[in-house]
Design a binder for this molecule. Structure first.
Ligand SMILES: Cc1cc2nc3c(=O)[nH]c(=O)nc-3n(C[C@H](O)[C@H](O)[C@H](O)COP(=O)(O)O)c2cc1C
Length: 170
C-alpha cells in the first residue's frame, strides 16, 4: 500500500495512545529487528523534530543500535488485535533467537529514506537518524524510579533520532 509523507506532529495523540497500549515497534539495524517499546518521547530539540527511544543494554536491539543508530518506529492501528498480539510477542522474544518477523507473523517494509526496515502492517511509521545518544545517569536518578526500574542495573540508553520522514498509508 502506498505511503504518503505527513507532518511528524500530526499523529501525536494516536502515537501516545498506542505507546501506552499495546506499545510501538522500534526497528533497528539493516535487518530491522522489531522491539516493543513503551517509553518514548516526541518533540523539538536543536530546532529539529526528535524522537527519543530508551533501550536497555541487555536487548539484542541495543547492539544493532550501537552499530548503526538509525531507527524506525512503527505505530499499530487502533483496535488491530492481530498487531497487538505481534507487539506483545516482539516484547517477550529476542532477535538473538531468530527472525522476529517470522515469529510474530508480520511483514518487513523497505525503509523509504533510511536503510532500516519498518513493520508494513502498521499504518504510520517514523524514520529517524541518530543525532545523539546517552545513558540515563544513576547518580542523577530519582530514588523511586531507581528502585522500581533499575534494581538489576541495565540502565537504558537514550537514542535521539532526528525524524527524517513520517509516513502514513493512503
Ligand atoms: C509493552 C512493552 C514495552 C516495552 N518497552 C521497552 C522499552 O521502552 N525499552 C526496552 O529496552 N525494552 C522494552 N520492552 C522489552 C523488550 O521489548 C523485550 O525485552 C524484547 O524481547 C527485546 O527484543 P530484542 O532482544 O530482539 O531487542 C518492552 C516490552 C513490552 C511488552
Amino acid at each position: 500500500m502506498a505511503r504518503i509523507s505527513i507532518d511528524p506532529f500530526e499523529t501525536i495523540p494516536e502515537l501516545l495512545t498506542r505507546l501506552r497500549n499495546p506499545g510501538l515497534l522500534l526497528t533497528c539495524g539493516k535487518e530491522g529487528n522489531p522491539i516493543t517499546i513503551g517509553w518514548a518521547t516526541l518533540g523539538v530539540v536543536w530546532g529539529k523534530p526528535i524522537f527519543t527511544v530508551l533501550v536497555r543494554p541487555s536487548r539484542y536491539s541495543f547492539g544493532l543500535l550501537r552499530e548503526n543508530g538509525d531507527f524506525s518506529v512503527s505505530v499499530p492501528a487502533a483496535g488491530d488485535k492481530k498487531m497487538a498480539k505481534a507487539v506483545a510477542w516482539c516484547g517477550t522474544n529476542s532477535g538473538r533467537d531468530g527472525d522476529k518477523y517470522k515469529g510474530a507473523g508480520i511483514t518487513k517494509g523497505d525503509g523509504i529514506i533510511i536503510d532500516t526496515p519498518y513493520v508494513a502492517e502498521c499504518p504510520i511509521h517514523y524514520e529517524c537518524r541518530r543525532v545523539n545518544s546517552n545513558h540515563v545517569l544513576d547518580a542523577e536518578m530519582d530514588d523511586e524510579i531507581r528502585s522500581r526500574y533499575y534494581k538489576e542495573g541495565d540502565l537504558h540508553q537514550v537514542w535521539w533520532g532526528e525524524i527524517l520522514g513520517t509516513w502514513k498509508t493512503r
